[in-house]
Design a protein around this ligand. Structure first.
Ligand code: NAD
Length: 484
């Protein structure tokens, strides 16, 4: 079959050593998109050797020069935004316009970290001894293993790779099995930009387990694992990394509370909460609204206005004109969301709109679920404690600030939270109390390159973006120089 997508190792397109491939399907209609090289541990070993060899070259290139190549990659990514967005819509299903925004946003990490890479300062430290000098220098961690999810197939990659290579590290990436095409297109761009062979290697695979096992096989070479995905897998990787005292960066799941106080700008709050819940991969996002707490005096009115807008959302193939919500990533994901909603209904959740799988034409071959609103949910129900990861908005009523902040914090997750209010004191009290790594106030747009994002509690360890994002990939070395 000619449509076989090969991996990128040592600057070359290569097939899996076994010759195996797996089929990649479009989640909107089930059509076959491509056969993907199905790598395993042997392929990872070659990629690690290439990254190790490249480390010796790349880490010695001045950060300014590395940054010039990274900015070339940024420009190429921007030039190809439409083509790469098309791949994202094909393999992930998200609306084409949203995919284009993702590609452009993902390119921004390249220039941000190209510039931050030049600011990895060491220190000349005042010495307590007249005859000794003390200094620190900053070095790349080494070869980095990266594992990324499917929901932002471009952005989750550049948010890791850009700081890693800006710091002078080299990388072996395993992208999600459902979105390899975007990853491989990014890999091509890095090669074209002149980033040396072996700096960014990509091993695709259907089964992730042998890949991560190989990542842990050479702890003296692979010094860090950076992972974005579920808490379950993050814990598995952290355990293995701990045995080898390997550095970890974990960007894991979330259960974002949204708090709408009764003094919020009503219309803006409705529109923003709608965007936070539905207009980012149709609710398959780690920072999207999972529990929407609305103050009692505006609760019914808010749900009515919100539900009216939800009923107008356009669901369909991401290439359909005006599409706002695409399919879920797989049948398994679709059935999980359907089961969670059914369970919530049985417990007494009130389905205001939606609540079923879409099976009629033109949805019958894809993984589509109706945008759903459920009122009167309770904090101890599974839907309040798990990530919904689908187009389902759940509402909870509250009466005062102390109560809602305690309820919002009652979660093992601590990734993102949102607050809507026009009262500055209430806003500040909320920010200070909420145990979440990222807080949006009267804002539904999410984060930007300049700020660090990451989770508290089980949502993760480490930060991506901002100036902190670079330091995940740097080691500090100290020297004491005796002048006598
Ligand atoms: P997942 O953990 O199942 O998979 C994520 C990646 O890990 C994929 O590449 C997958 O192939 C790989 N993987 C799965 N099992 C593995 C194993 N045993 N060993 C090594 N790798 C393995 O998660 P998912 O369903 O693909 O992604 C959704 C999850 O990601 C959600 O929990 C979401 O909240 C989280 N997420 C977090 C952030 C963040 O910034 N914190 C961003 C996006 C997604």
């Amino acid at each position: 079959m000619s449509n076989i997508k090969q991996m990128i190792i040592d600057g070359q397109r290569v097939a899996a050593k076994t010759g195996r491939t797996y089929a990649l399907h479009n989640p909107a209609n089930g059509t076959l998109l491509a056969q993907i090289s199905d790598g395993d541990g042997d392929d990872v070993e070659v990629a690690i050797a290439s990254a190790h060899k490249a480390l010796g070259i790349w880490s010695k290139i001045p950060a300014k020069q590395r940054g010039i190549l990274m900015k070339k990659a940024e420009h190429l990514l921007q030039e190809r935004a439409v083509d790469i967005a098309r791949l994202i819509t094909l393999e992930n299903g998200k609306p084409f316009e949203e995919a284009q925004q993702e590609v452009l946003f993902s390119s921004g990490y390249l220039s941000w970290f190209a510039e931050e890479g030049r600011r990895a300062y060491g220190d000349w430290i005042p010495s307590p001894y007249p005859h000794k000098r003390l200094l620190t220098l900053v070095k790349p961690v080494g070869v980095v293993a990266a594992i990324t999810p499917w929901n932002f197939p471009a952005n989750m990659i550049t948010r890791k790779i850009a700081p890693a290579i800006a710091a002078g590290c080299t990388v072996v990436l395993k992208p999600a099995d459902t979105t390899p095409l975007t990853a491989l297109a990014l890999g091509e761009i890095f090669i074209e930009a002149g980033i040396p062979a072996g700096v960014f290697n990509i091993v695709t695979a259907k089964d992730p387990a042998p890949i991560s096992e190989a990542f842990f096989r050479y702890p003296e070479i692979v010094r860090m694992i950076t992972f974005t995905g579920s808490v379950r897998v993050g814990k598995l990787l952290a355990q293995k990394a701990a045995e080898r005292v390997m550095r970890v960066d974990l960007e894991l799941g979330g259960n974002a509370p949204v708090i709408v106080y009764d003094d919020a700008d009503f219309e803006k709050a409705v529109d923003n909460v709608l965007a936070i819940k539905f207009l980012r991969v149709g609710g398959e996002s780690c920072i999207c609204a999972n529990r929407i707490y609305v103050q009692a005096s505006i609760y019914d009115k808010f749900i009515a206005a919100f539900s009216k807008k939800v009923q107008q959302l356009k669901v369909g193939d991401g290439f359909m004109s005006g599409a706002q919500i695409g399919p879920l990533i797989t049948q398994v994901a679709l059935q999980r969301v359907a089961a969670l909603v059914d369970e919530t209904k049985q417990r007494g959740g009130c389905i205001v709109t939606g609540g079923h799988v879409l099976t009629s034409v033109p949805y019958q071959q894809g993984n589509f679920y109706t945008p759903t609103v459920i009122a009167d949910c309770q904090d101890d129900w599974p839907i309040a404690q798990q990530e919904i990861f689908g187009p389902v908005a759940c509402f909870y009523k509250f009466s005062n600030i102390e109560e809602v902040l305690a309820r919002a914090n009652h979660s093992v997750y601590g990734l993102a939270a949102y607050v809507f209010s026009q009262d500055m004191a209430k806003i500040i009290r909320s920010i200070e109390s909420l145990e979440y790594g990222f807080i949006g106030v009267n804002d539904g747009q999410g984060y930007t390159h300049e700020i660090p994002v990451g989770g508290l509690k089980e949502s993760g360890i480490g930060r991506e973006g901002g100036k902190q994002g670079l330091w995940s990939y740097l080691e500090v070395q100290s020297a004491v120089i005796n002048l006598e």
